[in-house]
Write a protein that binds this ligand. Structure first.
Ligand code: PLP
Length: 416
């Protein structure tokens, strides 16, 4: 009889976003009169159109495909040279990071990359993830067989959880047990908090001493506004020897539906096989891409490259500024009611402390019932997320202004 990957059976049933969708659908069915009022600030999907520079480039690229002279078939598996060069120069060398064009690997997004990377890492690596965490890091490792079963109350056996709480300014302490793979995300989803130069330096030094690899998710890099905060892990000395970075155009360019991101795989990143041989991960990742992928489409790669043009830069800046202004409106409204918030200054997420006496699902239900605002309960991101909710700033200004008015239901004076 054929077998399935039984690791899938270890995944806990109540995946966060389906559970939110279930509660929202149930509320809408039971309250048809107010169903149309629902505003979604839950899932981290963008709402605003893609920058004109990207749209123009995509249209022109589609025209290319209609003529034999400019037709493009299969792309190189890791991306066209001009796109890789625009990225390596625009995102790294311009910031003093020594990253070569051929260390950039284009893909259809960071979520697929975060999953694919486990194909070149061995099974049985000891994995450290923050708590709260973007669920993809945990679930892909469960599927790959790097965990035990789901634990009562959240999380999985076998992972090393790194608590990120107000007590440590959401900058987790180094693990006290040995780990092999470390997931870091800055600016963070869900907390919206950034890791500073000193914190990232501690992680890089730790990883090098341990022979561990850091998987650094910088999907929200374009939202960083505070001077001195690293935009890339490669701003830290020695990081090319111990870190892989994931980037995505989803949030910076509104590409959640276009689908494009990339991985930085430095040639300096090596490890030792069980037989004692030094191997370069770059060689494995190159092989993985040429075997498993036929790359990203011509129109999408042209659109991605256009984000690095002067017009593209101006437009992505305006787009990220727009969401940051939304985030500030939300955080100011919460603070004015005495609710402590985190994030928002370098990120499109507001991580809000729940009103006294409410757990994160209570606050979620209250906002859904009384304000028809959909948020994400912090507990869905991990045990340390209990007592918080995440409010996404990915909405139109009109909707954010309405959300700000409706958040008044959280004020201590509001009747519940
Ligand atoms: C949105 C997001 C991504 C981007 O994923 P894509 O597949 O590129 O759309 C990656 N990491 C985190 C933490 C995110 O929130």
């Amino acid at each position: 009889m054929f077998r399935i990957n039984e690791n899938f059976l270890k995944l806990s049933a109540g995946y966060l976003f389906p559970e939110i969708a279930r509660r929202v659908a149930l509320f809408a069915a039971e309250n048809p009169a107010v169903a149309a009022r629902i505003i979604r600030c839950g899932i981290g999907d963008v709402t605003e159109p893609i920058p004109a520079a990207a749209a123009d480039a995509m249209r022109k690229a589609i025209d290319d495909l209609t003529r034999r002279e400019s037709f493009h078939g299969y792309p190189p598996p890791a991306g066209y040279d001009f796109v890789r060069a625009a990225i390596a120069q625009g995102d790294f060398r311009s910031r003093g990071c020594d990253i070569a064009d051929d260390e950039i690997f284009l893909s259809d997004g960071s979520k697929p990359d975060a999953s694919a990377i486990l194909e070149i890492l061995g099974v049985g690596n000891r994995v450290a993830i923050t708590d709260p965490v973007y669920p993809v890091y945990a679930d892909t490792n469960v599927m790959a067989g790097n965990s035990g079963g789901a634990l009562e109350g959240g999380g999985y056996a076998g992972f090393t959880y790194l608590p990120s709480t107000p007590q440590n300014d959401f900058s987790p302490a180094l693990p006290t047990t040995d780990v092999d793979v470390i997931y870091l995300c800055s600016p963070n989803n869900p907390t919206g908090v950034v890791l500073d130069h000193a914190a990232l330096t501690r992680w890089v030094q730790y990883a090098r001493a341990q022979g561990a690899v850091i998987l650094f998710d910088a999907a929200y890099e374009a939202f960083i506004r505070t001077a001195g905060i690293p935009h890339s892990i490669y701003e830290i000395d020695g990081a090319t020897e111990c870190a892989i970075e994931f980037r995505s155009f989803s949030k910076v360019g509104g590409f959640t539906g276009v689908r494009c991101g990339y991985t930085v795989m430095p040639k300096a990143l090596c490890t030792t096989t069980s037989a004692g041989k030094r191997v370069s991960l770059h060689a494995l990742w190159t092989r993985r891409w040429s075997t498993c992928s036929n790359g990203v489409s011509w129109p999408v790669q042209c659109a991605a490259a256009a984000l690095y043009s002067p017009a593209g830069r101006e437009q992505t800046r305006a787009l990220t500024d727009f969401y940051l202004a939304n985030a500030r409106l939300i955080s100011r409204a919460c603070e004015s009611m005495g609710l402590k918030t985190y994030g928002a200054t370098n990120s499109p997420y507001v991580w809000m402390t729940c009103p006294v006496g409410l757990g994160s699902w209570d606050a979620f239900d209250l906002l859904l019932r009384e304000a028809q605002v959909v948020t994400t309960p912090g507990a869905g991101f991990g045990r340390c997320g209990e007592g918080f909710i995440r409010i996404s700033a990915f909405q139109s200004r009109e909707n954010i202004e309405e959300v700000v008015r409706r958040l008044a239901v959280l004020a201590p004076s509001a009747t519940r």
